[in-house]
Write a protein that binds this ligand. Structure first.
Ligand code: NAD
Length: 254
């Protein structure tokens, strides 16, 4: 499809998993340019870098190294979009889990998780919205939440708390930025087959149970989140703001 034709798309946490798929999907859906960003640029699971895939589609691409928990990194990332006329679609995707989450999560793990999942999402959205306003653009900001932000789970106390925050951040920002024509929505993936899912001990152990309770009886593919983000980024969703879109094979929806 060409639903993102003419749009400059910026994606954080794009070296791996969902972010990588979102960035590639943006190029496949006709984006004018894609800026990919991550704390490191090595793809985590073998495979090719998002930049290589996007280049092969003939779409201009840039990589910017950025730790989303640092405000200056987000500002520098958004500045990289100026070359193409400024950001139209900002995808705040970078997020982490804590290895030992749960009720006894340590202070250190809790704070690191919040600084990536909440500070990182806030700073990215702020930087993007400032540039959109300066350019008079009715842009779209997509925040990566989780089904864990809709229902709490005892094994992921810190993670659920952060993602619940992201869901409410989308609503509050949608209200704040709506008068400027800027839309803000969250995507809540269910169980998606990525590095995060396979390497977090608590989540990995629960995956088979999730699969059995999912009406579609399978894990989601990262590209299926990419397609949902493309819709929210595009003008196909021009009257949609403040929502949290579950993309979970029906797990929480039935
Ligand atoms: P992943 O671990 O495969 O990818 C996350 C990427 O974020 C990595 O490339 C990592 O280097 C990057 N990152 C980590 N800390 C960063 C930082 N401080 N600054 C910049 N980049 C950083 O995980 P994923 O499954 O692709 O997750 C992507 C997003 O989707 C996360 O926000 C995650 O919480 C969310 N999510 C995933 C699932 C799932 O089932 N996989 C479900 C719901 C939500």
């Amino acid at each position: 499809s060409n639903v993102l034709e003419g749009k400059v798309v910026v994606v954080t946490g794009a070296a791996s998993g969902i972010g990588r798929a979102v960035a590639i999907s943006a190029a496949q859906h006709g984006a004018k340019a894609v800026i990919v960003s991550d704390i490191g640029d090595a793809p985590r699971e073998g495979g090719t870098k998002a930049t290589t895939e996007i280049e092969s589609l003939g779409v201009p691409v840039r990589f910017v190294r950025a730790d989303v928990s640092r405000r200056q990194d987000n500002d520098a990332l958004i500045e990289a979009a100026a070359e193409f006329g400024g950001v139209d679609v900002m995808v705040c995707n970078a997020g982490i889990t804590a290895k030992a989450d749960g009720f006894d999560v340590t202070e250190e793990d809790f704070h690191r998780l919040m600084s990536v999942n909440l500070d990182g999402t806030l700073f990215g959205a702020q930087a993007a919205a400032r540039q959109m306003k300066a350019n008079g653009k009715a842009g779209s900001i997509v925040l990566m939440a989780s089904m864990g932000g809709i229902v709490g789970a005892g094994m992921t106390v810190a993670y659920s708390t952060s993602k619940g925050g992201v869901v409410l951040m989308a609503k509050a920002m949608a209200d704040a930025l709506g008068p400027d024509g800027i839309r803000v929505n969250a995507v809540c993936p269910g169980t998606i087959d990525t590095h995060l899912l396979r390497t977090n001990p608590g989540i990995a152990a629960a995956t088979e149970g999730f699969r059995q309770r999912t009406p579609l009886r399978r894990l989601g593919k990262p590209s299926e989140i990419g397609d949902a983000v493309a819709w929210l980024g595009s003008d196909m969703s021009s009257y949609v703001t403040g929502i949290s879109l579950l993309v979970d094979g029906g797990l929480l929806s039935v």
